[in-house]
Design a protein around this ligand. Structure first.
Ligand SMILES: Cc1cc2nc3c(=O)[nH]c(=O)nc-3n(C[C@H](O)[C@H](O)[C@H](O)COP(=O)(O)O)c2cc1C
Length: 175
């Protein structure tokens, strides 16, 4: 497996312990009212349930762009704002195109109201395909319904988020 590496630690005299380190996943999101943040956290729960991956969840404004080089997989989440991702997330994808990102993977997710299922997801996937074609899609985008401008997240949608995370972890282990 290409991405699996081992840390060999010497502890307590001559006892050696090998730790298998899996893929490093970063989940980056913007969230005005906290719903997309909750989706990001539920995806992380799913990833961690399967294990074999290291997961960080981070709001876009906290991200130092160069930290991206420390991760193998970038998951990007945005609320749908006027039929597409936020300006911040669009700008972030544009900035990714300026980095030399070899061998990295991505998937996207959005939150939406009413009839805009997958609208922001499709726009993010299109923007990434056009601007950062080196990024390989690890999963089809996830679109999560909220029941009002401020939420809450609709019934049973969080289960989909955990499932999305689990499926990605399984996919990464199989790679
Ligand atoms: C400025 C603005 C524009 C929005 N436009 C849309 C839209 O076009 N379609 C849609 O489905 N939801 C739209 N929404 C609803 C958001 O998708 C919803 O508030 C969001 O999913 C909540 O996520 P958050 O708590 O992470 O901010 C809009 C919300 C805001 C604040």
């Amino acid at each position: 497996m290409k991405y699996l590496f081992f840390i060999n630690l010497k502890v307590e005299g001559n006892t050696k312990v090998d730790y298998a380190m899996g893929m490093r996943v970063i989940i980056i999101y913007e969230s005005k009212y906290g719903n997309t943040k909750r989706v990001a956290e539920a995806i992380a729960e799913g990833l961690n349930e399967v294990g074999g991956v290291e997961t960080s969840v981070m709001e876009l404004k906290e991200l130092d762009l160069n930290d991206i080089f420390n991760y193998d997989v970038i998951l990007i989440g945005s609320p749908n704002h006027i039929g597409g991702p936020t300006r911040g997330i669009k700008g972030f994808i544009d900035k990714l195109s300026e980095l030399e990102l070899e061998e990295k993977m991505f998937a996207v997710f959005d939150t939406y109201l009413g009839k805009d299922f997958e609208k922001a997801v499709k726009k993010m996937e299109k923007q990434i395909a056009e601007k950062v074609p080196k990024l390989k899609r690890v999963a089809q985008g996830l679109s999560i319904k909220v029941n009002g401008l401020r939420g809450p997240i609709a019934d049973r949608e969080l289960e989909k988020c955990r499932e999305f995370g689990k499926n990605i972890a399984v996919e990464l282990k199989a790679d």
